[in-house]
Design a protein around this ligand. Structure first.
Ligand code: PMP
Length: 384
């Protein structure tokens, strides 16, 4: 099977798998224990935190909060900012194209009396800084915008937005869901105006179930998990040491190889795009600023699931919408927000590249795509 669904999850790197196994074998201690075994585990945890801080571009170790994944990081960033504050700020500005873990966190807070403005993207997938600024209110506490959209791959001007928001009102915190951006699109976090940045290890060849929330020094959050006081009191629970150490390796590799990886993926992406363009039935979704690893198209008149399963029969794994929305037949909320018709928004396919893909893989994918179009074109319209 050819896997072109790396935005959903990436295969763990062999060095990561080895590291996880080695740490599980060698370290049975709880990092909070004060005996030798606990102290060894604690030292390893500290060392890993240094690796995370370096991978994020030289931020401080104390700014790294380890979580169970980006879903938790996004929940902590959003709820942690809005809950338990005494200044009456209860408004969030986010966008209509965020991952469900952001959208649902905001909707849950609405049940507790908070308010959210969901800014729509432009037709080219970009969220305009002017529209974000126009949505700000005197009681806005948080702006939350993703770095790269996980469905159609638009890069958002997060640093520009963060700077403009801070100029307007320095008390507003800016959160960025960086899951699809990290390791693919450069961002200087340490010198940026961004306060909170979410990451997930399994999107960069690390294990599932490990995430990071970068929390700029001085930013105070209301913890969602309380207990033993781990992660500076922000996230209680015995640390998943082996996975954390393995993920540190994955984050380091992702950061170190960024330029090379992005250049290689961009080249493969161009090849793929040229091939998709040959089919007049396939309509490319072309963000103004595309990420290097995502190609998205629609096949109007056919349901995404039909196209996806046909490609699977032909040996290629792809995605319709994001992995967590894949089981629904509803129109994509991201494509609808960009102004695409229902017919387009129910027929989207996402192809996402990994760092080991080759031109030969692209040729095989294109071959399968040609066959799929040949098989499906006669059905067009019947499944509407
Ligand atoms: N945000 C984005 C943009 C994502 O693509 C994902 C993964 N689908 C998440 C958040 C959630 O990450 P995790 O799987 O680590 O909870």
């Amino acid at each position: 099977m050819l896997n072109f669904d790396h935005a959903a999850s990436t295969p763990a790197h062999p060095d990561v798998i080895r590291t996880v196994a080695e740490v599980m074998e060698a370290h049975s201690g709880n990092p909070s224990s004060i005996h030798r075994s606990g102290e060894a585990a604690s030292r390893l945890l500290d060392r890993s935190r240094g690796v995370y801080a370096a991978a994020l571009g030289g931020v401080r170790q104390q700014e790294i909060v380890l979580t169970s994944g980006a879903t938790e990081s996004n929940n902590l960033a959003i709820k942690g900012t809005l809950l338990g504050r005494g200044d009456g700020r209860k408004h969030i500005v986010t966008t209509q194209i965020e991952h469900a873990s952001v959208t649902e966190s905001c909707l849950q807070l609405e049940q507790l009396g908070m308010e959210t403005t969901f800014v729509p993207p432009e037709a080219d997938g970009t969220v305009s800084a002017e529209k974000v600024l126009a949505a700000l209110r005197p009681d806005t506490a948080l702006v939350s915008i993703m770095h790269v959209n996980n469905e159609m791959g638009a890069i958002q001007p997060v640093e520009e937005i963060a700077q403009l928001v801070k100029q307007r009102d320095p008390k507003i915190l800016v959160h960025v869901d960086g899951v699809q951006g990290f390791g693919r699109v450069k961002l200087e976090l340490a010198s940026s105006a961004i306060d909170l940045y979410s990451l997930s290890a399994h999107k960069v060849r690390g294990p599932r179930g490990v995430g990071v929330l970068y929390v700029r020094s001085g930013v105070r959050l209301f913890p969602l998990l309380t207990g033993g006081g781990q992660e500076s009191g922000l996230r209680a629970g015995t640390e998943n040491l082996a996975a954390i150490v393995g993920a540190a390796k994955a984050f380091r590799m992702a950061a170190e190889g960024l330029e090379q990886r992005a250049a290689k993926m961009t080249k493969l992406r161009q090849l793929l795009i040229a091939e998709v363009r040959r089919h007049d039935r396939l309509i490319l979704t072309e963000p103004r600023f595309p990420a290097p690893h995502i190609v998205h198209f629609t096949f109007p008149g056919l349901k995404s699931q039909v196209i996806l399963h046909t490609l699977e029969e032909l040996g290629v794994l792809v995605s319709a919408q994001s992995a967590c929305a894949a089981k629904t037949e509803k129109p994509s909320r991201v494509l609808s927000a960009m102004g695409l018709s229902r017919e387009h928004a129910t027929s989207g396919i996402r192809l996402s590249l990994g760092d080991e893909h080759t031109e030969e893989d692209i040729r095989q994918l294109v071959d399968a795509l040609d066959k799929a179009v040949g098989l499906l074109a006669p059905l067009e319209g019947r499944k509407r």
